[in-house]
Design a protein around this ligand. Sequence first.
Ligand code: ATP
Length: 223
Amino acid sequence: MSSGFIRQPMGILGGTFDPIHHGHLRIAIEIYEQCHLAEVRFIPSALPPLRQSPLANADLRLAMVKTAVQNITGLTVDDREYCQTGTSYTLNTLQSLRRDYPETPLCFIIGMDAFINLPKWYQWQQLSELAHFIVIQRPNYVLPSSTPLKTLLARQVNTPQALVKQIAGLVFIANVPLCDISATRIRKHITAGKQLTGLLPNSVLDFIQTHQLYLQTNDRTIA
Ligand code: ATP
């Protein structure tokens, strides 16, 4: 980590995006504006760890992300996880970004559901050496009072301005409106033949219909 320079931070939103939805787009836009980021990069996971296989294949999920973010100021797509073989670990992705951008504050944007589970991620303690965390509240997920994340949370800052002072290592819990949309809920709605208005962009909806995605679901959770 270094200090004493100012470079506009970059936001990173990793995910399965099975499919991408308005929850993803809203948090990216809110954080882009609130934290004055240079951009928010969507980085779809080709082969995500820690979850059952996505229903849509990696190429289709990438195509949906591209169609959703096109023409939205500040949002971009990065397909670097598609160039790696094997499981897409966030550690490898952040190391690769750090090589490309040695002096840029990197801000890994993460929903509270995923943040709570961070200690299960591969080499999770190294992640904060590579990036800051911007945590987004999510309905029904509350940070437990006792958590292995305690040492990381000791580096919590209260304003996004702090994120430009060093390139990694801080946690900012952002105040953005709660958005009760999940990909699980969308997949279940499609399988059940329910309406999707307001949950995802029309371009993604058209893509899903053209490719006949999610007509069957293997989700075990309640959305
Ligand atoms: P699934 O329901 O399949 O688990 P998801 O909707 O959580 O999918 P992911 O692609 O797994 O979508 O999410 C990528 C990142 O975006 C994660 O950090 C997740 O916590 C965050 N995220 C997704 N939806 C929201 C939301 N509505 N509010 C806040 N964060 C969200």
